[in-house]
Design a protein around this ligand. Structure first.
Ligand code: UDP
Length: 424
């Protein structure tokens, strides 16, 4: 029903170069005051997607700070659970439709079994970070089972709630009352109708500068990797790194590439969707339509089979981001978009969809570009490919903004501040 994951330890000192002294001082002193708390982070997939990416680094960092922290991934009995939770994800991001009684029964029934297993194993912790809507019913169920020792139940919602489907929100939102604190990535995601005085904290996600996919890699090494994966070294490359998902608009990226190619003959496009998330059963369906849309263009490279990538996912992501002249994340909804931060951290010019969390990362024209159509995206691609100097300036501004705002220690501090509010 659930799995405990082990992550290799990290050294706090390794993060020093990525923290301003004030941030380091605040983080260390806050952590020192709450070392008596046992923390658990729960989510719905071990790998694939932004939340798994954050937690595999956050849990070791909490432990390095002296706060005993566990990572737990739920493993519900019925595959239908993830069909329903993906539908919930889509509805909350604005898809049309509604949840049937049967779907709600699958959702609640599977989490009920998870809660049962956790309470019969006498799982206990002081602070429970429950990530995303998949986990939403769990706090209420565990509280009613009187799980011992809990001081705080925290729900972290990572998705884009700018245009939610109201009927889905109405069915799910009442469960927020079982939490002591709610965390959203952006202020504008906070839904209307929260209980009076329910504390809310805004904590945009962050990337781990020590993760293999963010390690420094020079362009020559990156080109060796992508060339071995079929990219022609002599022609420019643009890339989008993303799960194959409706809201990531892979079709729009292909359209933008086709327009841009008219001005930049020989342009190559890579769409990298290697990481399979257990909680995303729609990826294959989306991929099939993307394959059809690519229509056998030999310069559109789709990567979706991790088993065929000898260097592994993280090095492949790093290499494609480093070898590309321009990176794209053309989402139409995006809770945050770690891929945007990852690309900017590599000093590459990033073009992002004018949506959700991408808007707080990209200051249009200053450290990247925001676009709302394939035509606009194509125009920016062409400008950047034709102006190497501009690409360098935009890329450098992007990296500097990530260093200031979106690295893991800042997010750890945000999470620990919320935990501390309930430490007594
Ligand atoms: N990712 C990856 N391999 C892929 C595609 C995506 O490792 O082939 C990673 C990507 O590098 C990022 C995460 O998955 O760290 C996606 O997070 P993001 O916030 O961009 O989107 P989400 O999938 O959570 O909607």
């Amino acid at each position: 029903m659930y799995l405990k994951l082990d992550h290799p330890p990290v050294s706090l000192d390794a993060y020093r170069p990525f923290m301003e002294p004030e941030l380091a001082d605040e983080l260390l002193s806050l952590a020192a005051g709450i070392r008596h708390l046992r923390v658990v982070h729960l989510n719905s997939t071990a790998n694939g997607g932004g939340v798994a990416e954050i937690l595999q680094s956050m849990v070791p960092l909490f432990n390095a700070l002296g706060i005993p922290t566990q990572r737990i991934v739920i493993n519900p009995a019925e595959p239908a659970f993830f069909q329903v939770t993906k539908k919930i994800h889509n509805l909350l991001q604005g898809a049309e439709g509604s949840l049937s009684d049967e779907e709600l029964a699958v959702y609640h029934g599977n989490i009920e079994q998870v809660a049962q297993a956790m309470s019969s194993d006498k799982l206990s912790a002081d602070v429970w970070f429950l990530h995303d809507p998949q986990l939403l019913p769990l706090a209420g169920l565990l509280r009613r089972r009187c799980i011992t020792g809990a001081k705080a139940w925290l729900w972290i919602c990572h998705i884009d709630l700018t245009h939610p489907n109201q009927s889905a929100l109405d069915s799910l939102l009442p469960m927020h009352r079982d939490y002591d604190h709610l965390i959203f990535s952006l202020q504008q995601y906070v839904p209307r109708g929260l209980a009076a005085n329910k504390p809310v904290y805004i904590a945009p996600p962050a990337i781990d500068p020590l993760a293999e996919k963010n390690n420094p890699m020079n362009e020559a090494a990156a080109w060796d990797i992508v060339a071995a994966m079929g990219i022609d070294r002599s022609r420019p490359l643009i890339t989008q790194v993303s799960r194959f998902d409706l809201w990531k608009d892979p079709w729009g990226v292909i359209d933008a590439y086709r327009i841009a190619r008219q001005s930049v003959p020989g342009l190559q496009l890579a769409l990298l969707g290697l990481s399979q998330a257990a909680d995303d059963p729609e990826a294959q369906e989306v991929l099939n339509t993307v394959v059809a849309h690519a229509a056998d263009d030999p310069d559109i490279h789709l990567y979706y089979d991790l088993n065929s990538i000898p260097v592994g996912n993280d090095r492949a992501v790093n290499a494609f981001q480093m070898a590309s002249s321009v990176l794209v994340q053309k989402s139409t909804r995006e809770g945050f978009g770690l891929t945007v931060t990852e690309g900017m951290w590599k000093g590459k010019p990033m073009i992002g969809g004018n949506a959700g969390g991408i808007r707080i990362q990209i200051d249009d024209g200053a450290n990247g570009y925001l676009v709302s159509s394939p035509q606009e995206c194509a125009r920016r691609i062409v400008t950047l490919l034709q102006d190497a100097n501009l690409s360098v300036i935009i890329g450098a501004a992007g990296r500097a903004s990530v260093r200031r705002r979106f690295l893991l220690p800042r997010l750890a501090l945000d999470y620990l501040k919320v935990a501390q509010a309930h430490a007594a």
